[in-house]
Design a binder for this molecule. Structure first.
Ligand code: PBG
Length: 327
């Protein structure tokens, strides 16, 4: 049976009928807002390629976190710009570094706000790679995961609510899980960047996090954008190793991956709407080429519809405001 008996437009004829049959909703509960923490006081360095995003010292991060809490956003993701970098990335586990101090300050001021440090070495190594290098400049997997476990412990000791490994080393989830469990942090969940692609869309992030590799690229550890079955393998491995939440990153060019993972695993799936995705919409909106509110809510709803339960996005504060207005 088809047209003219069936007419799809009947269910689109008014806002209230559209409300009745709407299938997916973006909610403030789904959002995670990323913050970039640096050292010093009163520091606020805006990032040109990401309008509205800045590197900030802990005091300024606390102020912005106040807005996040006020808007009802449940969680923040923290990245650090350390005071020093070396080949071994040792500032990553320095308890007096920006991220560790930010975690302590945030948990003291906003105990309910979930604080999620991103766990990776690229912001802390002088060469900008996500792990320790051998003499040929290749990232050494097994040596790196012990350092990651050490960094995770320093975040846990500072009071982190969730640990989010983003390095793409093999076995990192198991290494982090084991270290947490052995040190009294068995209740801290792991949100793993499971299907993290070697993407050009991280460009603006590397400006703000000062984490561009000094030579080569990340294709030796991040995934080939052409692959999809491999994403399921990565998720399977992470789940076996104890990941509680799995992530796909970037989001918009990988909606099919989000859907496949959601269909295959009964687990919360997070999607990272990354810096380049943000920069595209911001730039077009600033030029008057796109209606910012409309396209941002549409893009985020699309990520939801694809199957994401959690969306990490630089648009989180704006989206939360717009969602509030629409109620
Ligand atoms: C760290 C990390 C990156 C991002 C999140 N964690 C950059 C990278 O892998 O180069 C990118 C986030 C974004 O682009 O918004 N490894």
């Amino acid at each position: 049976m088809g047209f003219p008996v069936v007419r799809a437009r009947r269910l689109r004829s008014s806002e209230n009928i559209r409300r009745l049959v709407r299938e997916n909703y973006l909610r403030v509960d789904d959002l995670v807002y990323p913050l970039f923490v640096t050292n010093g006081e009163g520091v606020r360095n805006p990032v040109e390629s990401m309008p509205g995003v800045s590197q900030q010292s802990v005091d300024m991060v606390l102020k912005e976190a106040g807005e996040v809490v006020e808007l009802g956003i449940p969680a923040v993701l923290l990245f650090g710009i350390p005071a020093y970098k070396d080949e071994k990335g040792s500032s990553a586990y320095d308890e007096n570094e920006a991220v560790q101090r930010a975690i302590r300050a945030l948990k003291e001021k906003y105990p309910e706000l979930l604080v999620i440090p991103d766990l990776c070495m690229c912001e802390y190594t002088s060469h900008g790679h996500c792990g320790l290098l051998d003499e040929k400049g290749v990232v050494m997997n097994d040596e790196t995961i012990s350092v990651l476990a050490k960094i995770a412990l320093s975040y846990a000791a500072a009071g982190a609510d969730i640990i989010a490994p983003s390095d793409m080393m093999d076995g990192r989830v198991a290494a982090v899980r084991e270290a947490l469990d052995a040190n009294g942090f068995a209740d801290i969940p792991i949100m793993s960047y499971s299907a993290k692609y070697a993407s050009g869309f991280y460009g603006p992030f590397r400006d703000v996090a000062e984490s561009t590799p000094q030579f080569g690229d990340r294709r030796g550890y991040q995934m080939d954008p052409a692959n999809s079955d491999e994403a399921l393998k990565e998720v399977w491995l992470d789940v076996e190793e104890g990941a509680d939440i799995v992530m796909v990153k970037p989001a918009l060019p990988y909606l099919d991956i989000i859907r496949r993972i959601k269909d295959e695993f009964n687990l919360p799936v997070a999607a990272y709407n990354v810096s380049g995705e943000y920069a595209m919409l911001k730039a077009a909106a600033q030029n008057g080429w796109l209606d910012e509110k409309r396209v941002v809510l549409e893009a985020l709803t699309g990520i939801k519809r694809a199957g994401a339960d959690i969306i990490i996005t630089y648009h989180a504060k704006d989206a939360a405001r717009w969602l509030k207005e629409e109620q």
